[in-house]
Structure formats: C-alpha cells, structure tokens
Design a protein around this ligand. Structure first.
Ligand code: FAD
Ligand code: NAI
Length: 475
C-alpha cells in the first residue's frame, strides 16, 4: 500500500530538510527521504553540510585555531602553556559529536513539525494521476505517492579524471575530515574554498601544506584587493600555493602519493606527500533518482535543469540546492527550500540571488556580498569605493588580530551599496550587516550614520562607509 503525501522531499541536506519543515509549518503533509547513515548505521540527516561539509569543517577549523593560538599567540598575552600537545583523535571525536548533535537536532525538528522521515534511497517509479510514485529502498522499503516532489539530492566531490578517491591517501572532503594523525606533508589540488579551509586546518596542526591550482589568479571570484590581502596572510603563515599549474600523473606508493605537474613557468615538477586532498569542485547527485522513468530534464553537468523559481520540466517537480544551478552553498539551498515550500502553499516565496553572501572560514576570514570591483569595472558601472583597515580598529588591536580590511563599493550617483568585501577577523559575522543593508537597498551614508557599538569590529564597516565619502574619522 502506498503512503500518500502532499509533498515528498528527496534529500535531507540543508535544502531538503528546511523545505520539508517549512512546508509542514504551512499545513502540507510532508515526507522526507534521505539515505545518509552514520558509521553505526543510524539515519544521519543533514546531508553534506552536516556530515562532511560546513559543520565538521568548522569544528576542525575551530580546534586547529585554538591550537595555533596557544602555540603562537598566547605568549604575547602573557600566557605560557607548557607541554602543548595535539590529540588528533580527540579533535576528530569532538567533530563527530558535533555532527551527531546536528543529525539528532534535525530528527527532533522533523518530529516537532510532523514531517515523516524515511531512511533510504528515494527514486521515481512513475507519474500517477495527480502526482508521482516514489520508491524508498533500504532498511525501510516503502512506496510513497506525492502530489508534489522536491528534489534536494545535493552534490559529491569531483575526482580528477582516472584518479579515484580511496579516502586513505587520495582524499575527498570526506577523508580530509577524518585524517587520524597530522601528515608530515599534505598536498591539495584546487585552491578554492575547500583547499584553503582544509589546508589551513592541517597547516595549523603542523603539516607542510602545498596547494596546486590550475588557474593563474588566486581566488578569481573574490574582489582582487581582498584576494591579494588574503594571499599575503596565507604566505606569511607558510601555506604554499602554486598557481597556474597543470597536474599530470598521480602515483600512489607505500609512503604516500606522488604528483607530477607542470609549473606556471613550464617546468616539470614532482610533489611528494603523505596524503592528497582533491578539492576541484563538486558534481550534482542525480544518479539513482531514476530520472529517465519520468523524463526529468538534466543539464550537461548532470544537474537538474530548473528556472528561477526552481521548477523542473515536470509539473509538480521542483529542485533546489547543490543539484541545481547557482552557488553550492548551504544557505542558498535553505533559501530555495523555504521559497519552494511557500510557493507550494500558494505564497510568493522569493530568493534574491544577488544577495547570497560567501564566506571562506580561513584565518583571516574572507566574506563578501554583492559585486566585486572587477565586476563593476567590466560592467562599466560608475562606482565609489571606501575601505578601512582593521589595523586602525581598537577592538581588532585588543584582539591581537589586525589583518585585513572592510571595503564598500557604492553607486557613484545614488550611493546605493553594490558590494561589501571583508578580509579579517570575524568577517563571517560582519558580512550579515552588509546583507541587511543591501536587502533594504541602503546607501553607504545610511551605514555611516548608524550608531555602531564601541569597541567592535563592526565599526570598521561604518568607517569603510565613511571612507566612501572620503571622511573616515579614525584613519
Ligand atoms: P546536500 O547537503 O548534499 O544533501 C543532499 C542529501 O540528499 C544527502 O544527505 C544525500 O545523502 C541525500 N540523497 C541524495 N540522493 C538521494 C536519494 N536518491 N535518495 C535519498 N537521499 C538522497 N556551504 C556553506 O554555505 N558554508 C560552509 O561553510 C560550507 N562548508 C563546506 C565544507 C565542505 C568540506 C563541503 C564539501 C561543502 C561545504 N559547503 C558549505 C557546501 C554545502 O555543504 C552545500 O552547499 C550544501 O550541503 C548543499 O545542500 P543540499 O541540501 O543541496 O545538498
Ligand atoms: P571550488 O570551486 O571552490 O574550487 C575548486 C578549485 O580547483 C578552483 O580554484 C579551480 O580552478 C581548481 N581546479 C579545478 N580543476 C583543477 C585541476 N585539474 N587542477 C588544479 N586545480 C583545479 O571547489 P571546492 O573547493 O572543491 O569546493 C566545492 C564547493 O563547496 C565550493 O565551490 C563551495 O560552493 C562549497 N564550499 C563552501 C564552503 C564555504 O562556504 N565556506 C566551504 C567549502 C566548500
């Protein structure tokens, strides 16, 4: 007997679980199907983000940051630590416990909101009158029928052609979060977000880290001034980044991995390392959905083709998050999940794709929202720029972390803020003010006239806004 629902969500990552909860809040009967299991076979909803992405990476970034602070920066505060040691096993267990708390939290939220959860793989069987039949396979085999379907199946790490992940010496993000002891030499391919975050974790813990990047420019999507400032800081920390390389043969040996590559100067090189993390982007997950059975349209990247409202080519079938176009970010997936649930309930859910912030959780953190200076130049837009260095911010000095700056770009005629770019301490938190301001279409003068508490890092945002009008007070 088939179980009937108004909505079946496939995938319980940040896109799917949030869509399921919001739809249930709006009165729909909702099922959510997810196949992720923890090491002991328990359901582990939360997707990539919770299990092998945002949450565990931030847990290890925090642990390694504490270690680096104790090792290198406590002394200047007058604190000496004798016999400082790293217990990687404990760091990984703590990370696993944080992940489990989040898995349990989602199961609790499903109960609280009356979302029926099925642990297993969901796949299309066929279109039926007024909806779709979905088969759930796994321990909890079921047949479900949904009037509406939301596909939120996420993404997985992209391997280099012909180089499979073994998660022992050639690691995806999954293995990168489970390394049992600090490798002496760690190589990474791809200096994007994962390369920089994971490279930072293991560098802080004592590994010699080298990142090989194909593109000639460092962090090409980031505002150039900010990327330059970040690069300076990473160089100082000893994070080696080689740009413009062409990776060749990768060989595994008893000792580790050997990576042949051609440098930007055209020289043949070999990099030997104990472990290699491949972080060259991600592939949308559509395998196993049996998309052919219903004629679901897939794109060239294997993504599900959707319009601005997340509608697929099939009536009543929607897709959100990493499996569709746009940035692969948890908060983008969540926003789409809420918007689709609201549309299903007859409301006007909306996502402003121009206002999705980005954060790279390195030290210094890098965060931005809106247009970069190079984008504005390319568009021929007339703009004003103002920036303020953390070096001149009292709170940053007190914290002992004065790297970086806040930069605001505003329309030359109207003063509307077009982009805010931050590199420095707590950039991840500071960018929220920029998002709010831009959502309300604030001018730089609006931020400049708002009282910011003293002493806070946020005063740098106010000062950057003042700098747009060339009237900083503290620099
Ligand atoms: P996912 O989180 O991938 O979830 C999809 C779920 O669907 C999974 O549980 C999967 O098992 C399940 N599934 C797939 N197919 C089926 C099927 N047929 N049946 C049943 N279940 C199925 N983003 C940020 O915004 N901030 C960060 O700090 C951040 N850090 C990251 C760090 C790393 C190392 C990585 C890899 C990613 C990070 N991301 C971060 C990206 C973020 O994890 C993704 O953008 C986000 O998880 C996408 O959410 P989603 O719901 O679309 O898919
Ligand atoms: P990415 O797209 O950020 O970076 C991949 C890098 O690899 C690029 O710089 C690219 O030029 C390079 N590259 C590609 N092929 C290469 C090759 N053959 N040789 C050398 N370099 C090559 O992808 P990444 O780091 O794998 O992360 C995937 C996604 O996960 C991110 O784009 C982001 O959407 C998400 N993520 C978000 C985080 C955050 O929000 N803080 C943290 C981690 C991941």
């Amino acid at each position: 007997m088939s179980k009937n629902f108004d909505l079946i969500v496939i995938g319980a990552g940040p896109g799917g679980y949030i869509a399921a909860i919001r739809a249930a809040q709006l009165g729909l009967s909702v099922a959510c199907v997810d196949e992720w299991s923890s090491a002991d076979g328990k359901p582990a909803p939360g997707g990539t983000c919770t299990n092998v992405g945002c949450i565990p990476s931030k847990a290890l970034l925090q642990s390694s940051e504490h270690y680096e602070q104790a090792e290198k920066h406590f002394e200047e505060h007058g604190i000496s630590v004798g016999g400082l040691k790293i217990n990687v096993g404990q760091m990984i267990s703590r990370k696993d416990a944080v992940v489990r708390q989040n898995n349990e939290g989602i199961l609790y939220l499903f109960k609280k909101n009356k979302v029926t959860f099925f642990h297993g793989r969901g796949a299309f069987v066929k279109a039926v009158d007024g909806g779709y039949e979905i088969a759930v396979t796994g321990k909890q085999a079921e047949t479900l029928t949904g009037k509406q379907i939301v596909l939120a199946t996420g993404s997985r790490a992209r391997p280099l052609p012909g180089v499979a992940f073994d998660e022992s010496s050639i690691l995806s993000n999954d293995g990168a979060l489970r390394i049992g002891s600090v490798p002496k030499k760690l190589a990474l391919i791809g200096s994007g977000v994962i390369g920089l975050e994971m490279g930072s974790v293991w560098r802080r813990l004592g590994a010699e880290v080298t990142i090989l990047e194909a593109l000639p420019a460092f962090l090409g999507a980031v505002d150039e001034q900010i990327a330059k400032e970040a690069r300076k800081a990473f160089d100082k920390q000893g994070l080696k980044i080689e740009l413009g390389v062409q990776v060749g043969e990768i060989k595994k040996s008893k000792k580790g991995v050997s990576i042949a590559y051609t440098s930007a100067k055209g020289e043949a090189q070999t990099l030997d390392a104990d472990k290699l993390i491949v972080s060259i982007g991600r592939i949308p997950n559509t395998e196993g959905l049996n998309a052919e059975a219903v004629g679901l349209q897939l794109g060239e990247r294997g993504d599900i083709v959707v319009d601005d409202l997340c509608r697929t080519n099939l009536p009543g079938v929607w897709a959100i998050g990493d499996v569709v176009r746009g940035p692969m970010l948890a908060h983008k997936a969540e926003e789409e999940g809420v918007a689709v649930a609201e549309r299903l309930a007859g409301q006007h859910g909306h996502v402003d794709f121009n206002l999705i912030p980005w954060v790279i959780y390195t030290s210094p953190e890098i965060a931005w929202v809106g247009k970069t200076e190079q984008q504005l130049k390319a568009e021929g837009a007339k703009y004003k720029a103002g920036s303020f260095p953390f070096l001149a911010n009292g709170r940053a000095r007190a914290l002992g972390d004065t790297t970086g700056l806040v930069k605001i770009l505003a329309d030359a005629a109207t003063d509307e803020i077009l982009g805010v770019h931050i590199v420095g301490p707590m950039a991840s938190e500071l960018v929220a003010e920029a998002c709010v301001a831009m959502a309300f279409r604030a001018s730089s003068e609006d931020i400049a006239r708002i009282c910011h508490a003293h002493p806070t890092l946020g005063e740098s945002t106010k000062e950057a806004a003042l700098a747009v009008d060339k009237r900083t007070l503290n620099f």
